[in-house]
Design a binder for this molecule. Structure first.
Ligand SMILES: CC(C)(COP(=O)(O)OP(=O)(O)OC[C@H]1O[C@@H](n2cnc3c(N)ncnc32)[C@H](O)[C@@H]1OP(=O)(O)O)[C@@H](O)C(=O)NCCC(=O)NCCS
Length: 199
């Protein structure tokens, strides 16, 4: 049988990160599979990017982006293995195989205890709860990676992202350097969210 991407393992990840190959159920009953991104996801990531609308790309990258930036999957896969970063992909499994429906990335910032997240969900699946699942996953992972604050930069008119952030207890502050953007953030503490990690 052809190996499925769902079963790709990344042996260099610490044991608790490997546990993150897990299912999450959306409010409509759809089962998602979440796991760290790996370099073998290149094709899936390319397809995923191709299914994003211009507006979604603009909201995610805060500017016009026509194609998946060269090398980005390799860089993201490296982040996925980094002890201070996380990159999680949400898959749907169906008769024709698997498809990536969304992804979330978490990286450190210049302030050692603060990390920054970014999320993307393919347009056809927006509004079904995937953004919330992914952001909760980032919030759950961040304390174990050594962070006590998580934040994200969001265009001020990105109502969906602001709704997701509020759902997970984030606050919204002005962005000092950009009047068109805001910062969504919340504090974290060791062990935060661990109870929710069972599949
Ligand atoms: C932002 C994004 C990740 C959210 O993902 P999602 O899967 O659609 O999010 P969810 O389904 O979990 O929740 C969406 C929430 O936004 C709300 N929402 C959507 N569009 C909205 C709008 N125009 N006005 C107000 N609320 C809106 C939905 O009602 C829902 O809230 P609810 O659960 O209270 O009903 C997704 O829309 C996306 O990928 N956008 C493009 C990239 C982007 O903006 N990334 C964020 C930059 S970090």
């Amino acid at each position: 049988m052809k190996p499925s991407l769902l079963h790709v393992r990344t042996p260099s990840l610490p044991a608790w990160r490997l546990r993150l190959g897990c299912h999450r159920q959306l409010p409509d009953g759809t089962r998602l599979y979440l796991r760290p991104l790996v370099a073998a996801d290149l094709k899936g990531a390319d397809d995923f990017f191709g299914r994003l609308s211009e507006r979604s790309r603009y909201l995610r990258f805060m500017g016009a982006t026509r194609s998946l930036p060269a090398d980005s999957v390799r860089v993201l896969a490296r982040h996925s293995r980094d002890r201070r970063c996380a990159v999680v992909v949400a898959f749907l499994r169906h008769a024709r195989g698997t498809e990536i429906l969304g992804g979330a990335r978490l990286v450190g910032t210049a302030r050692r205890s603060t990390c920054e997240f970014a999320l993307t969900v393919v347009d056809a699946w927006q509004g079904r709860g995937i953004g919330r699942v992914l952001l909760r996953e980032m919030i759950d992972q961040a304390p174990a990676l050594g962070y006590t604050r998580i934040e994200g930069f969001v265009l001020a008119d990105n109502a969906a992202m602001l709704a997701v952030a509020r759902h997970v207890g984030m606050r919204v502050s002005a962005h000092a350097g950009d009047r068109g953007a805001v910062v969504v953030w919340r504090r974290l503490w060791p062990g935060f969210g661990r109870r929710r990690q069972s599949p």
